[in-house]
Ligand binder design. Structure first.
Ligand code: ATP
Length: 199
């Protein structure tokens, strides 16, 4: 699985459609302070499902929509598209090319699409689980994160290792199953109550 392209339109400082093509090897993005380098990483994080405006260095999610500049008016929609080569099927979809797209409108409406099909946030999160590319995975290392890893306790360090090791997926499924069991227990309790009342 390789990230082959990133297209940003109306996201943060990218008021116009901008496409990055990633060739094999290392890609570096350079530019003066405040020119939008970190916004590229924010865009990748966001399209992969980031739900916290704070993690994207904003106060509310609408802050990510291009707010205008001296040469261009503000826009009403942010859109980011990631294109992967999936010949190795590392992403669990039987497709050679996988596209993930996220849109946010100023009225708060948002949508996710995988290969042009509307999906839920959970579908995007699940798609990247175990691929080593989740939005909180070590595929994206922000400023200060290296220090945070050094300073983490053993439990935190374990959770850091779990995602690339492919265990995070099972942990999430276990949590979901536990919640369902608790709900079923509560339902059974209620049924027992009603049966007693009717007896
Ligand atoms: P540095 O090298 O200092 O870390 P950088 O190149 O990483 O800087 P970013 O932090 O990515 O720069 O971008 C900051 C720029 O993005 C600022 O000029 C800011 O005004 C602009 N910006 C952020 N959000 C928006 C928005 N919603 N609309 C327009 N511009 C925005």
């Amino acid at each position: 699985m390789t990230l082959v392209a990133l297209q940003i339109n109306g996201f943060k400082s990218f008021g116009e459609k901008t496409k990055f093509h990633f060739e094999p090897g290392i890609t570096g993005i350079i530019g003066p302070n405040g020119s939008g380098k970190s916004n590229v990483i924010d865009a990748i994080r966001w399209v992969m499902g980031e739900q916290s405006a704070k993690n994207l260095r904003g106060e509310k999610m609408q802050d990510i929509i291009f707010a205008g500049s001296s040469s261009k008016a503000a826009v009403n929609r942010a859109e980011v598209l990631l294109q992967f080569d999936n010949h190795d099927r590392r992403i669990a979809l039987n497709r050679d090319q996988v596209e993930v797209r996220r849109r946010l409108f100023r009225n708060g409406t948002s949508e996710f699409l995988i290969n042009n099909q509307k999906v839920r946030l959970k579908d995007v999160t699940d798609l990247f689980l175990d691929s080593g590319l989740g939005r909180h995975s070590l595929a994206i290392i922000s400023q200060g994160q290296v220090e945070a890893i050094f300073n983490s306790n053993p439990v935190e360090r374990r959770s850091i290792i779990e995602e690339p090791a492919g265990v995070a997926h099972f942990r999430l499924r276990k949590q979901e199953a536990q919640q369902q069991l608790e709900q079923t227990d509560a339902n059974l309790y209620r049924v027992a109550d009603i049966t007693q009342e009717l007896a």
